[in-house]
Design a protein around this ligand. Sequence first.
Ligand code: HEM
Ligand code: NAG
Ligand code: NAG
Ligand code: NAG
Length: 318
Amino acid sequence: MSPSSAFLFSSLLVLSLIYSHGNALSSNYYENSCPQVEDIVTQVITEATKKDKTVPAALLRMHFHDCFIRGCDASVLLNSKGKNIAEKDGPPNVSLHAFYVIDNAKKAVEAVCPGIVSCADILAFAARDAVVVSGGPSWDVPKGRKDGRTSKASETRQLPAPTFNISQLQQSFSQRGLSLEDLVALSGGHTLGFSHCSSFSNRIHNFDATNDVDPTLHPSLASTLKGICPLKNRAKNAGTAMDTSSTTFDNSYYKLILQNKSLFSSDQALLSIPKTKTLVSDFASSKETFFKAFAKSMIKMSSINGGQEVRKDCRVVN
Ligand code: HEM
Ligand SMILES: *[C@@H]1O[C@H](CO)[C@@H](O)[C@H](O)[C@H]1NC(C)=O
Ligand SMILES: *[C@@H]1O[C@H](CO)[C@@H](O)[C@H](O)[C@H]1NC(C)=O
Ligand SMILES: *[C@@H]1O[C@H](CO)[C@@H](O)[C@H](O)[C@H]1NC(C)=O
């Protein structure tokens, strides 16, 4: 290769890397421009959690939803505008709440470092802090995400559904560069929070041609869930805690899976192939192993790129 073609080749390589991977994230991105940012966010999340114990689960779920649609670009935070219906007003939005917490964090950050920190980074910090305040592991969040300018309700169809089997889950994760190990570790987010009846009703009513109830669901849990979620005349916000300690981040989710007591088909599906089943057993028997894997996979998920700008207001594009 001649020097000039080598130069051209390497320039093209650099360009294609920039376009295919978006903004390079780094650990020290705000070191000079806003060194206090993480402390500010942590304080807001801690205060909000004291007032409302459901906040950490909401923030963790919100970050997952954000990263799985258009990358971690805060598209989940945008409001609908004119004829455009945003993600937050799309079908599986029952579990989205506590947007005000991100607004408060953004306000506090803007007061100190105006126009510097993206909403996508604030949400990534908030998700990490949500895990930490709930007793889970901490990790160094890569920084430098940019906020996107598009949010479409129709795209929430790209989220994995709770009815997914293992091959559908694997496909959904691998499309985003995430492995089966990431799938099992990140599903551990279901140690926090609440689920509405609609998310598991497939397992307790008209399951298939021969079974009313999913035979892989423990009979005692099935009858409890049927009591909470009758086929008719169910209370509007009916549902149940995700696990037995739903404000504590621990490995009880995996212990429940092994007892056939997980809520979603997608949770139970982790037992259906040896590779993921082994990981479920590993995480059920060691909280430390789970915590390490969770932190590692959160860094991967939260590095899925998207976005072009640093929004002034997390709910509207600049
Ligand atoms: C593996 C694919 C996944 C599926 C199919 C899935 C599905 C769901 C569903 C259906 C709900 C309940 C919504 C409701 O009825 O209110 C939920 C809640 C939740 N999910 Fe997932 N999820 C997945 C992965 C994740 C990941 C990767 C995380 C984070 C690391 C996560 C964190 C949460 C949390 C914290 C809640 C509780 C939200 C709250 O209480 O506000 N999920 N998920
Ligand atoms: C969910 O979407 C409906 C309309 O589709 C909207 O009225 C509601 O406010 C949304 N919920 C949240 C939490 O944004
Ligand atoms: C998973 O579901 C898809 C779509 O319904 C189906 O085609 C596939 O065979 C299922 N895979 C397994 C392992 O059950
Ligand atoms: C879980 O369900 C399977 C059948 O799908 C059964 O073989 C197994 O014994 C059950 N385990 C427990 C702990 O109930």
